[in-house]
Design a protein around this ligand. Structure first.
Ligand SMILES: Nc1nc2c(c(=O)[nH]1)N[C@H]1C(S)=C(S)[C@@H](COP(=O)(O)O)O[C@H]1N2
Ligand SMILES: [Mo]
Length: 196
């Protein structure tokens, strides 16, 4: 298994970002109710400024090359949980298949509950940005975004869309759900970029 819990080294000496506390629990934070999902009709779409618009059924998505990583998880409300194991597809795998145009600067993730979140392209082109379907060896629980969520261990967790069902490649920045409501576009926990 790949252990990426040392990525904080890029930003400083402390594994726990400033203003965070560590918890053994894994709290749930959602803006609304858990959305329905049907594995028969679920479709994951890749769109925007790319050579090949893609779409995957649940079965097709699960056949993509995947890996398991040990990661830390930092919520902007102040808690962090260490050493979680996520299994899924690294973001660059999807980007390579889509053929991202040279003028793409940003990415928008969308989800079954209407949630969206944006990130600069370079913040997504990292192996630790996973489309994950397993947490700690079990199918990802529904409340944590099952069947599929994004994890962003180098950013506050609101950058990781639960129930993700699409990614759009953008040629200019657009704010997602929390970014429109005053949360940081950059969201680096070690720089304590909570609000914009
Ligand atoms: N689709 C969707 N994704 C979401 C959210 C949401 O409400 N809907 N909340 C975000 C926020 S604010 C956080 S902190 C994390 C929480 O993930 P967890 O519930 O697994 O702890 O999911 C993020 N992804
Ligand atoms: Mo959050």
């Amino acid at each position: 298994m790949k252990d990426v819990t040392d990525l904080y080294n890029e930003y400083g000496d402390e594994r726990l970002p400033p203003g965070q506390h560590e918890t053994d629990r894994f709290p749930v934070l959602s803006m609304g109710a858990e959305p329905e999902w049907d594995p028969e009709t679920w479709e994951f779409t890749v769109s925007g400024a790319i050579e090949d618009p893609l779409s995957f059924s649940w079965e097709e998505f699960r056949d993509l090359p995947s890996e398991t990583q040990r990661q830390d998880f930092h919520c902007v409300t102040g808690w962090s949980t260490f050493d979680r194991e996520f299994t899924g597809v690294p973001f660059p795998e999807i980007a390579e298949r889509a053929g991202v145009s040279e003028d793409v600067t940003h990415v928008m993730f969308s989800a079954l509950d209407g949630y969206t979140t944006d990130l600069p392209l370079e913040a997504c082109m990292r192996e630790e940005v996973l489309f994950a379907w397993e947490l700690d060896g079990e199918p990802l629980p529904r409340e944590h975004g099952g069947p599929l969520r994004v994890v962003t261990p180098h950013k506050y967790a609101y950058k990781g869309a639960k129930w993700v069902d699409g990614v759009e490649f953008l040629t200019e920045a657009e704010p997602g759900y929390w970014e429109k409501r005053g949360y940081s576009r950059a969201a680096n926990p070690w720089r304590e970029q909570r609000y914009s």
